[in-house]
Design a protein around this ligand. Structure first.
Ligand code: MG
Length: 453
């Protein structure tokens, strides 16, 4: 199977590429000029994660915005949720965040924000990309250039909302010991202050926001050995691991065991529903445990296509009280309609404080499912063709084609889809036992690699 892993990825979640290859300063400036034309000369918030290529890409973005008469507001390194809350609160015309999320360090990318501090929705993306492809940008003459504004405290609106929404007094009383691993990413600029405000004794690791990736940024168990060891050594109550732009969170229990990212969402859903029952919105692949928890609370679960914006739109439309993705991306709309590792961490600490239980005890109360993930390399074109074939082959079964192909069996489910951000087909199998999940995963991996004739 051939793979062009370095080609530019343009999707509803933005633009990603390898710096100097598919993501050049020219390209970043061109996208920013298209965005400046699209929003029409207003104030545009520009933030970035901690990647070493961040200053180059950010300055190219600022050049493109200035050229089209926008006023860039440079907020520097900021966790994604902080940038989004700031963009909303500052009544900007839009925003650009320079980040490639969990992609390897040689990557970078751009995410584009609406005036409400939300990612552009699919129809807005289409309109914006039309301008990009047509290349007719509204450049302004020299006497119309605006100044770049620097923002002294861009994290404040986000932190204030978090501390207002959480029961800070109750959490502070417990003086939790917390190990936090920020992957030397954007989370490092806020996590120490956030934990301190919650009265936690914080042990910070990988907390220099300098973009040196000491581990793979994706907060999945195999990348979390350092924090697991630290939680044990420090006898901490809990460990929190973020990805490089701090929208996703993984949790480590007091015995140094990673819970698995799906449990971040399940715990947040359970806690929020105990306090404020209401609708839940999650993507099609999120764990069945969410359905079990919502059923017990008597509230509906709305499922969406994969992609943060789809969940965000559903959260807003259905007035959900909580939502998110099974990759550790919790959306707590009381803070902002975006994935937020700080909301997730705060909710977990509040849950521990309110219940008086340890994190492993809380984990044991979540309905048990084993979810196994795998991926097979395939270009986007190959991926769509293969998944299409499998849809036809399994048409007689209990299938869901909302996004890719999900097949529900009595004993579990399997979900296959071509990724929007990487040249792979993602496979996800969930079942009540590890053996059954592994069997489903292997069987479908096999089907993808060696299609039956
Ligand atoms: Mg991320």
């Amino acid at each position: 199977m051939t793979t062009k892993s370095h080609s530019l990825k343009v999707s509803i979640s933005g633009v990603r590429g390898v710096v100097g290859e598919s993501l050049t300063p020219q390209l970043a400036a061109r996208f920013a000029s298209a965005f400046g034309t699209y929003v029409g000369r207003g104030k545009v918030v520009v933030g970035r994660d901690a990647r070493t290529s961040g200053p180059m890409v950010k300055n190219a973005v600022i050049a493109g915005l200035l050229a089209t008469g926008c006023q860039p507001v440079d907020i520097g390194i900021a966790p994604i949720p902080s940038a989004l809350v700031f963009a909303e609160q500052s009544q900007s015309a839009g925003g650009v965040v320079v980040t490639a999320s969990h992609n390897p360090p040689e990557w970078n990318g751009l995410k584009f924000l609406s005036p409400r501090g939300l990612y552009l929705n699919p129809s807005q993306v289409e309109e914006f990309l039309d301008i990009y492809h047509q290349g007719e940008f509204s450049f302004v003459p020299a006497d119309k250039f605006k100044k770049i504004t620097a923002e002294p405290d861009p994290l404040e609106p986000h932190l204030t909302r978090l501390l207002k929404a959480l029961d800070v007094t109750m959490i502070r009383e417990r003086k939790f010991k917390v190990v936090a691993d920020c992957c030397n990413g954007a989370g490092a600029v806020l996590m120490p202050g956030f934990l301190e405000a919650l009265g936690c004794r914080a042990v910070m690791i990988n907390a220099r926001p300098d973009g040196t990736f000491v581990r793979d940024s994706e907060p999945v168990p195999e990348n979390l050995t350092e924090i697991c060891r630290a939680v044990l050594e420090e006898k901490a109550d809990v460990g929190f691991a973020q990805d490089a732009d701090a929208d996703r969170l993984a949790i480590i229990d007091e015995r140094g065991e990673p819970l698995g990212e799906e449990l971040t969402l399940a715990l947040a859903v359970k806690h929020v529903l105990t306090e404020t029952p209401g609708p839940v919105a999650v993507n099609v692949s999120a764990t069945r445990a969410v359905d079990d928890i919502a059923n017990a609370a008597g509230v509906p679960v709305y499922r969406t296509k994969i992609g943060e914006i789809h969940v965000v739109e559903e959260v807003i439309q259905k007035n959900a009280v909580i939502g998110g993705e099974g990759n550790g991306g919790v959306i707590w709309p009381r803070i902002h309609a975006c994935r937020d590792s700080f909301s997730a961490a705060g909710l977990v600490l509040e849950m521990m404080a309110a219940s008086g239980k340890t994190i492993s005890e809380l984990r044991d109360e979540i309905p048990f499912y084993v979810m196994l993930k795998d991926k097979v390399e395939a270009t986007s074109e190959e991926g769509h063709r293969i998944v299409g074939e499998l849809r036809r082959r399994h048409a007689g079964e209990n299938i869901d084609t909302l996004d890719g192909l999900k097949i529900r069996f009595a004993e579990g489910s399997v979900h296959l889809r071509p990724s929007n951000t990487e040249p792979v087909i993602r496979i996800l199998a969930e079942a009540k036992t590890r053996e059954e999940a592994a069997r489903l995963l292997a069987s479908f991996r096999n089907e993808i690699l060696r299609p039956k004739s």
